[in-house]
Write a protein that binds this ligand. Structure first.
Ligand code: SF4
Ligand code: SF4
Length: 434
């Protein structure tokens, strides 16, 4: 039997589709590795599993790289044994690859930053995820969340009526709290300066963040609105590697802002949402976005600098440290804004080490929170994060990412760290001078 005939349909499709994904960025990372090993200790999975080479970024990359060498690179056709070219033949082999690309990496890009050859392993890993997803091989959670985002329009399957009811509920709470019936959470207002998009986690588990943001917009005198639909700024396409899902989700949001004639899209605190919506979405959707996009961290800082809101540190009495979300910091360069804002609203701020682009993943990146089959190894990989947190001695860890809130909460519980988790919007709202 020829090699081609002995290959399963899924394996054939994976190889064929890999050829369509090979752009300059991916090919560069597939050919540039010299196996120097300098990226190895940058990975939190490696640090938690000493002696197990299967967690090393270069090892994980080679499992994908061998396909490229065998099928698309001339070196693999001429000297396959020399360049370690190889192929996949069975669905079982694809399932094994799934456990590596979804279960042993959070696509945090810390190894990418530490590679002297510029190899971006996370990009290769994301491509491999997308190839497997395209033939239906993925963790159950990835399939469920992707389905919700395709069909219901948001990652957590929040229905429109539940979303609108939550906004109404938060509006009433705010009116009571501020003793002002004029405080509103506007929906579908046209010609606003700001259209505010959120993470569905805020509707489901953390509606207070919506009320806190509304309070800030109100006191800043902002002309703002929330969209009734297309409001989810998160994007599971970043995690699953499905560019079609990524483009569709991003475009839904862009089109809603255009329909409302909004001048600026403000993205609430979410690392992957910010990266997907502001940086990757226009490429996935092939969409020329005609409005500005800004993280709410930048918006809050701007309001203080412009004198539109006033803050007083006194109510925020606890010591805090800051966890940089991989997507916000390493991938989008949002390091200084959250620190500048934090220093304006708290007295006792302690840096975590390492920080900024070198910070370690919360363990929940890359959609890991939705993949329950890998929870034990995810929690095991959290030991470095737990040590980082403990070393600060802070009472509170602040992060600008809903995913990180969940990842950190799990690490804190598992390693019995005495620490709360919160976000900047909560601290700023608490420090507002009315
Ligand atoms: S640091 Fe770069 S070149 Fe060295 S092993 Fe890692 S990916 Fe390869
Ligand atoms: S992207 Fe992050 S989790 Fe994945 S191999 Fe690199 S350092 Fe490890």
């Amino acid at each position: 039997m020829s090699e081609e005939k002995s290959r399963s349909h899924k394996a054939q499709k994976v190889i064929q589709r890999m050829g369509q994904k090979l752009n300059r960025q991916i090919t560069g990372s597939l050919v540039a590795c010299v196996h120097c090993g300098m990226c190895t200790d940058s990975c939190h999975y490696v640090l938690a599993n000493p002696g197990d080479p299967t967690y090393a970024p270069a090892y994980k990359a080679d499992r994908i790289r061998k396909l490229f060498k065998r099928h698309f690179d001339w070196t693999g056709r001429v000297f396959p044994w020399w360049v370690k070219a190889g192929s996949v033949f069975t669905d079982a082999e694809l399932e094994e690859l799934k456990d590596s690309v979804f279960g042993k990496c959070t696509n945090c890009r810390r190894c990418s930053l530490n590679c002297p050859m510029g190899v971006d392993f996370a990009t290769i890993n994301r491509m491999a995820r997308g190839l497997l997803v395209s033939v239906g091989i993925m963790p159950e959670g990835v399939a469920a969340v992707s389905k919700d985002q395709w069909e219901i329009g948001n990652q957590m399957g929040v229905l429109k009526e539940d979303y609108l009811e939550t906004l109404e509920w938060m509006e009433e709470e705010l009116q009571d709290e501020m003793d002002d019936p004029e405080v509103k959470i506007p929906v579908d207002q046209t010609d606003c300066e700001v259209v505010y998009s959120i993470n569905p986690r805020e509707v489901k588990y953390d509606p207070r963040s919506i009320a806190d943001a509304a309070k800030i917009f109100h006191l800043a005198g902002e002309k703002w609105t929330m969209p009734s639909e297309g409001w989810d700024m998160t994007n599971f396409g970043l995690f699953s590697g499905d560019d079609d899902l990524g483009g569709s989700v991003a475009q839904r949001l862009y089109e809603k802002v255009i329909e409302l004639r909004g001048r600026k899209l403000v993205i609430s605190e979410c690392g992957h949402g910010y990266r997907s919506t502001r940086c990757e979405g226009p490429n996935w959707a092939k969409f020329d976005v005609p409005f500005e996009m800004e993280s709410s961290v930048t918006t809050m800082l701007r309001y203080i600098k412009e004198g539109r809101i006033k803050v007083d540190k006194t109510p925020n009495t606890k010591s805090v440290t800051f966890h940089d979300s991989c997507n916000n910091a390493r991938s989008c360069g949002l390091f200084e804004e959250p620190r500048e804002l934090l220093r304006l609203v708290v007295d006792d701020f302690r840096e975590m080490h390492p920080n900024r682009a070198e910070n370690y993943c919360c363990t929940g990146g890359g959609g890991a929170m939705s993949m329950s089959e890998y929870t034990p190894q995810r929690l095991k990989s959290g030991v470095t994060k737990a040590d980082q947190l403990k070393a600060t001695g802070a009472e509170v860890v602040v992060t600008s990412c809903h995913n990180c809130v969940d990842g950190l909460t799990d690490v804190i519980r598992h390693y019995e760290v005495d620490m709360e988790v919160t976000q900047l919007v909560n601290l700023v709202a608490n420090a507002l001078v009315k």
